[in-house]
Design a protein around this ligand. Structure first.
Ligand code: ATP
Ligand code: SF4
Ligand code: MG
Length: 381
């Protein structure tokens, strides 16, 4: 295996929102790395700090939020090596939308309503490249076609309000791809799209990685999407990464009770007639975090020591890490029967007999028909 070149090294990232009730610890001691030409998926429940982590990388955390002292976001780019946690606004602007671009979770709020989509994509190209207006328009039309918009030569002159949510999302994706970024952060990029367009977008992201070497940070709730496009996965809970592993390793050998719970609650399992598991309870309020493990009140394997302090990060073979007392010392927890079934079910959901087959090098985009039927939010109307 060739040496993995680090592109992003996040160390002890803490992002607090200073509220009247106290500090809301949206991200609280996050550590992770990203490598060139790899897709890192970040998964976790709503409110666990996925978007705030992404916003910190882009330098878009604003008051009452603050990237706390001691946080590090070391970016190794083409032309810039920066600590994005402390870089000047000018330096952040230079990399944003150029070397690092983002597909936002809410396309309608990210697009400017008073400019056509063509104006917005073309401006993005022109800021970073010296190209003629004709060339710019041609490239914008090509990009719109690439993200699956039919009649791109007409849509280019539309305003965002004339397009559906799904189309706006694809315009956002076209904008993000327009400068061939070194790092693309995609925050729930396919949630609003129907399953055919979702498959196209995921394929496009895989192609981008292969053709231009772009590293992708993919934020998603959908473990099916993770299995299809990720190389590596970080599972986040209450502002921290609690488990991190190669995608194949994570699906076949999950360790953290929260990861196991997430896998058991995959909606696609319902098609087998199985009752969906629910992780009882909710993510703790980031203003009132407990002294012990943040997952303790929902964890079926909680022990007395879990309530007294933060679990250590345990390093396992092949870079797999887990933050849980169960794996502290020699008492490595074996998956019990229920957990094993969960892994088998995950493979069944992927229509694969073995993990090797499910996570081969040529990742294919698997369309989850069951999800399409239940997700009526759809793409173009
Ligand atoms: N401007 C803000 N002021 C106060 N708290 C905030 C602000 N923005 C985010 N937070 C808090 O930070 C925490 C993490 O939010 P974040 O948006 O990163 O969650 P997420 O994991 O992206 O969730 P989702 O899956 O719903 O998008 C949440 O508790 C949220 O309430
Ligand atoms: S540290 Fe304890 S409470 Fe936390 S996930 Fe592990 S077993 Fe559960
Ligand atoms: Mg979010």
């Amino acid at each position: 295996m060739s040496k993995r070149e680090t592109i992003l090294d996040v160390e002890n990232l803490r992002v607090y929102f200073h509220t009247k009730k106290g500090d809301s610890k949206a991200v609280d001691g996050n550590h992770f790395r990203m490598y060139e030409k790899e897709t890192l998926a970040i998964v976790g429940e709503s409110g666990c700090g996925k978007s705030v982590t992404a916003m910190s990388i882009l330098g878009l955390v604003s008051e009452p939020g603050e990237i706390m002292p001691g946080s590090k976001i070391l970016y190794t780019g083409n032309d810039y090596n920066l600590d994005l946690a402390t870089a000047s606004i000018d330096d952040k602007r230079k990399v944003r939308g150029n070397e690092i671009s983002m597909i936002f979770q809410e396309p309608m709020t990210a697009l400017n309503p008073v400019f056509t989509v063509g104006d917005q994509i073309e401006e993005n190209i022109r800021i970073h490249e010296d190209v003629s207006s004709e060339e710019c328009r041609k490239r914008a039309i090509e990009l719109l076609g690439k993200v699956g918009i039919s009649r791109p030569e007409q849509v280019i002159d539309n305003y965002p309000f004339q397009l559906s949510g799904g189309m706006c999302q694809r315009v956002m994706i076209a904008m993000a791809l327009s400068c061939n970024p070194k790092l693309l952060i995609a925050d729930e990029p396919t949630t609003a799209l129907d399953v055919t367009i979702q498959a196209q977008i995921l394929k496009l992201m895989n192609e981008l990685k292969d053709e231009t070497g772009t590293s992708i940070m993919l934020i998603t709730h959908d473990l099916g999407v993770v299995a299809q496009v990720a190389d590596w996965v970080n599972v986040m809970y209450a502002g921290k990464v609690v488990e991190s592993a190669d995608v194949r390793e994570l699906f076949t050998n999950p360790k953290h009770p929260y990861t196991l719970g997430l896998m058991a609650s995959m909606p696609s399992l319902a098609q087998n007639g199985a009752r969906l598991n629910v992780i009882e309870g909710t993510v703790p309020n980031p203003v009132y975090l407990p002294e012990g493990c943040y997952f303790a009140d929902r964890c079926t394997k909680c022990q007395a020591r879990c309530l007294k302090g933060q679990p250590p990060v345990i390093e396992m073979p092949n870079g797999h890490t887990v933050s849980c007392f169960l794996y502290d010392g020699n008492e490595n927890e074996e998956l019990d029967e229920a957990d094993r079934r969960t892994v088998a079910e995950v493979l069944a959901m992927l229509n694969k007999d073995s993990a090797d087959e499910a996570f081969d090098d040529e990742k294919t985009v698997i369309i989850d028909i069951d999800k399409d039927q239940t997700d009526g939010s759809g793409g173009d109307r």
